[in-house]
Design a protein around this ligand. Structure first.
Ligand code: ADP
Length: 435
């Protein structure tokens, strides 16, 4: 138990001691000699206790301090108090580590802790079973020597752990593992590995299913559309009802064809393994083409469309995908801006990257919809979108294209004022030698 030392008591005690010594000196007639002897005695006493203290600190097995008089008792008590406090802290820390380890062992995922030099500090049971780590043999071994998949090595050394990666398991290539890294403690990293084989199998099945169904529907629709065109070209008047039915069937078949085309584009982009750094895109030529298509689409609405394009700004990427993304944004602005509106298209270098934007002065979109706009088939106004012939997949395609090109769609919109759909492609995608 801590109690404060009373320094006044110590001073009084020392004064009494010195007073008595002086009196004794006066009595024997040699104050200096008696004072000298008394000082030596005091020094010896203190040295003796210093020696006992050192012995207790370094050699004694006993926790409790030896009894000592005066200030020495206070010193012993102080050290004892500190020791007890440290012991309690260590015990609490030990409990915490034990609980953390028990918790990590109970996790359904593999957990590995690595230090700042990529050496394994600790791993749980699942890491040993699923990833084939041996414990304690692998303690201190570099993680990039044990997981040698190039994607993991790139991910691990990139330092950018915002998103997890999925790669085949080191022990079983038929399994897919998701690797997620996060900063942990001081200069340590926590690697969490999860078996996502089932999820990725289902995802593959879903993609294949959509691609196959779309592909299979394409042929019968082309046949129906062909016959409808032949029948409506036929001069014989079949009466108003049949004429209306033929025209409506033609419109709906074309809508279905457009929908299927968009579904196919989306599934192609989703499963695209085309490398974005392999080919460059002549953006000027691409915008020239889109401008012509936009002019054709704009015949009815007569918007004022201006293209402000940096002709020299070329990028690396997949041309078909980029064209699909840019044209979707421009055609949307044409479709959803009321007649006679103003649409500006920008393509320029900005903040180290390449900036593309479509700005319109249309009706704008309420902020509650913005977050969901890129979802498949999400429309603000279903009836109106159908009238424009939109499939509801346009912005979803844009999102996937930008994701593939390491970017994302930014949407700003004010009701009654208009909308801005933009994205910035990262610096690494800019093709420098043309500039
Ligand atoms: P759709 O095929 O219906 O156009 P999109 O995915 O391209 O599907 O767009 C989703 C919805 O976002 C549209 O239905 C429309 O309501 C809204 N939208 C897209 N672009 C604009 C725009 N420039 N101005 C206003 N609303 C827009």
């Amino acid at each position: 138990m801590y109690y404060p030392r009373s320094w006044s008591k110590s001073i009084i005690r020392l004064s009494v001691y010195v007073g008595l010594i002086v009196l004794l000196g006066l009595y024997v007639g040699n104050v200096t000699l008696v004072l000298l002897i008394a000082s030596l005695t005091l020094l010896t006493f203190n040295y003796l206790h210093l020696y006992r203290l050192t012995k207790w600190l370094w050699e004694s097995r006993k926790m409790s301090p030896p009894s000592a008089p005066g200030v020495w008792e206070h010193v012993y008590e102080g050290i004892y108090h500190l020791q007890r406090r440290n012991r309690n802290k260590r015990r609490n820390l030990g409990e915490l580590v034990k609980r953390f380890r028990e918790g990590s062992e109970a996790l359904p995922d593999a957990v590995v802790v690595v230090d700042d030099e990529a050496r394994i500090v600790w791993c749980n049971r699942h890491a040993r079973i699923e990833m084939g780590f041996k414990w304690p043999d692998d303690n201190g071994r570099r993680i990039d020597n044990l997981i040698r998949h190039p994607d993991f090595i790139n991910y691990f050394h990139s330092g950018d752990y915002q998103y997890p990666i999925e790669i085949p398991a080191p022990t079983n290539p038929n399994k897919t593992f998701e690797y997620r890294i996060m900063a942990y403690g001081e200069d340590q990293l926590l690697l969490i590995v999860r078996d996502v084989s089932r999820v990725s199998q289902l995802e593959e099945m879903r993609k294949d299913f959509v691609a196959n169904v779309s592909h299979e529907l394409r042929t019968p629709l082309t046949v129906i559309n062909g016959y409808l065109e032949v029948l409506s070209d036929n001069d014989s008047d079949q009466g108003p009802f049949i004429n209306k039915a033929m025209s409506e069937m033609g419109t709906q078949t074309q809508r279905m064809q457009a929908l299927i085309e968009d579904l196919l584009i989306l599934s192609r982009i989703e499963s695209s393994s085309e490398r974005i750094y392999e080919k460059t895109i002549d953006m000027k030529a691409m915008f020239d083409l889109i401008e012509m298509e936009a002019a054709a689409l704009n015949k009815e609405k007569k918007h004022k469309i201006t293209f402000k394009i940096d002709n020299k700004l070329r990028i690396f990427g997949v041309e078909t995908e980029m064209r699909s993304a840019c044209s979707n944004l421009i055609f949307n602005a044409i479709h959803y801006t009321p007649e006679g509106g103003e649409i500006k298209v920008h393509w320029k270098a900005k903040g180290g990257g390449a900036y593309f934007a479509v700005i319109d002065n249309g009706d704008g979109i309420e902020s509650k919809h913005l977050r969901r706009l890129t979802e498949r088939f999400y429309r603000v106004d279903k009836a109106r979108s159908r009238k424009t012939g939109g499939s509801g997949l346009g912005l979803s395609i844009v999102k996937h294209v930008l994701n593939h090109h390491n970017s994302f769609l930014n949407i700003e919109s004010k009701v009654g004022k208009g909308s801005e759909f933009s994205f910035i492609l990262p610096e690494e995608l800019i093709y420098e030698s043309q500039r």
